[in-house]
Design a binder for this molecule. Structure first.
Ligand code: XMP
Length: 526
């Protein structure tokens, strides 16, 4: 790729991915490398600028992550954030010490020099009683540090301070090195976006040419070159990532792509039909629909343990997929919707402990069939995949779908899985989704679904006593599924959902709403 690139070196901050996203929002490509990436690789990447991320370590601590000193001689601008700032001070001859007072959270930054990094930040109305002087450039930033700069390295001057940090930002203009004690990448830093923009454009001189359009063209070309006249197989699940992967690969190589949709018997109602319909009708793709529900349900019979359910479904999926893929002649590649966060998790600072999360574990398949991987989304974040889907003309309904777990309804049908129980769950699930959509809440919620509990409760319908199933409704808000809060759905919407389920779904006489956050609960019940 010929576009300008900003390299983010990762020192283990929880915000590292956010830095790359903020850069990309400006149509400048950004990639994250682990802090100990060999210098050669960094030089070959040819970055227009480097950002050193924050991190939990202290530069003087045992085993503190230290990058190759030669990065400072590359001749490109460098921005250090938090740990990145201390690292710069430490490596370039300054002094870092434990701060007398640790600073976490909101702080008021007073800008002493707004000639480049802080350019264009307007004066903030004074916030501290009596403390501020009129006309001062003040802005709210997000701090999180325990160390501070005691002596800055030669050539640096302070460009901003806070009440507790005399050097909250420093610069060496000659070498184009900048450092911030706070996090410009988080939304709590009011002018964070402007600061990153200033670094990317004013200081690094990048050009904003990385757009989804250019991404699509490059990706298509690369796929074509890689595949040649061979064939590609792609498993689709109804999820956004696999659907966008399939459409993109199809745009590149047309009918040399065969998609396989495995119905594992634990899909939502009409799921297979909807996805198949969209991909076939709008994109004229070749799709092999494989109804393997009988096989899966037989294997799942009598299984109550959630992890065993997951294993059975994962293994059976590989078997079915393999059988179908083997039938395709001349197939050499498997296209998969791996995203950038999965890639970084397996290679970054955190080390290889977190292995690549693939929707279905296809490792064995690759070996046995000697398939090579095509992962055209491996440089993208989830929200970028959605933009890409839009650009490819995919409907909102597919692009904005809530995540759906690989083991599907098997882990929402608590305890025993039978066809009757799955049917009850499916009907209740449809009503939940219909009412959430009708209330305009679908896009505000991370996931919403019904869970069929393994308890029966007493009810009364008409004059008759009933002893029937309980449905739990689960709806959560979240940014990444790692933490989540239960969604505050209006009572009238919950009331409608409950009424409809009890009236329309035979076998259910009670509906409850799950009001647990994650942690300590999880999103799924199993
Ligand atoms: P939990 O229940 O762990 O879920 O809070 C977090 C997110 O992961 C999804 N999930 C899964 N996805 N296979 C998947 O593909 C699984 O086995 C699985 N278990 C949970 C869940 O739907 C939520 O989005």
């Amino acid at each position: 790729m010929l576009e300008d690139k900003i390299l983010v070196l990762d020192f283990g901050s929880q915000y590292t991915q956010l830095i790359a996203r903020r850069v990309r929002e400006n149509n400048v490509y950004s990639e994250i490398f682990p802090y100990n990436t060999p210098f050669e690789k960094i030089r070959n990447f040819d970055p227009k600028g480097i950002i050193l991320s924050g991190g939990p370590s202290s530069v003087y601590g045992k085993g503190a992550p230290i990058p190759d000193l030669k990065i400072f001689d590359l001749g490109v601008p460098i921005l250090g954030i938090c740990y990145g700032m201390q690292l710069m001070a430490h490596m370039l001859g300054g002094k870092v010490a434990k701060a007398a007072k640790r600073e976490y959270g909101r702080a008021e930054l007073i800008i002493d020099d707004n000639s480049d990094l802080f350019s264009g930040i307007p004066p903030h109305p004074p916030l501290t009683k009596g403390g501020s002087r009129g006309g001062e450039l003040r802005t709210i930033v997000w701090m999180s540090h325990g160390d501070r700069i005691e002596k800055y390295p030669a050539g640096f001057t302070p460009i901003a301070h806070t009440e507790n940090s005399p050097v909250a930002a420093m610069a060496n203009r000659k070498r184009q090195f900048y450092a911030l004690q706070f996090h410009p990448e988080v939304v709590h830093t009011e002018k964070g976006r402007e600061i990153i923009r200033n670094f990317v454009f004013r200081i690094c001189g990048s050009k904003p040419v990385w757009t989804m359009k250019s991404f699509i063209e490059t990706a298509k070309k690369e796929i074509r070159e890689k595949v040649g006249n061979r064939r590609v197989v792609c498993g689709i699940s109804g999820g956004v990532d696999s659907a966008v992967t399939a459409v993109l690969v199809h745009e590149a190589i047309g009918d040399a792509l065969t998609c396989i949709f495995v119905d594992n018997g634990v899909l939502r109602q009409d799921e297979a039909k909807k996805v198949e319909g969209m991909l076939k009708k709008s994109f004229h793709m070749k799709i092999k629909y494989v109804d393997a529900s009988g096989r899966f349900l037989k294997k799942l019979k009598g299984i109550k343990d959630p992890e065993r359910k997951r294993k059975i479904i994962g293994n059976e999926f590989i078997r079915v997929f393999e059988e179908e893929a083997m039938k395709i002649k001349n197939v050499n590649f498997l296209a998969q919707g791996t995203l950038y966060p999965d890639v970084i998790e397996s290679t970054s600072f955190k080390g290889p402990s977190a292995t690549i999360k693939s929707h279905h574990n296809v490792g064995g398949l690759l070996k046995k069939m000697k398939l090579k991987l095509i992962e055209p989304l491996r440089e993208l974040f989830k929200d970028e995949v959605r933009v890409l889907g839009h650009e490819l003309g995919m409907p909102d309904e597919v692009i904005n779908r809530h995540p759906f777990p690989g083991p599907g309804l098997a882990i929402r049908c608590i305890s025993d899985i039978t066809k009757t129980r799955l049917d009850i769950l499916r009907k209740a699930d449809v009503i939940v989704l219909e009412e959430i959509r009708a209330a305009g809440l679908y896009d505000k919620i991370w996931q919403v679904f019904a869970v069929l509990l393994p308890v029966k409760s007493v009810g009364v319908m008409g004059d008759e006593r009933t002893y029937d199933n309980v449905i739990a409704v689960r709806a959560v808000t979240s940014v990444d599924g790692m933490t989540a809060d239960w969604a505050q759905i209006p009572y009238d919407v919950l009331g409608k959902i409950s009424n409809r389920i009890i009236n329309e779904v035979r076998g259910v006489n009670r509906v409850v709403y799950d009001i647990s956050s994650k942690p300590p609960s999880t999103i799924e019940w199993e």
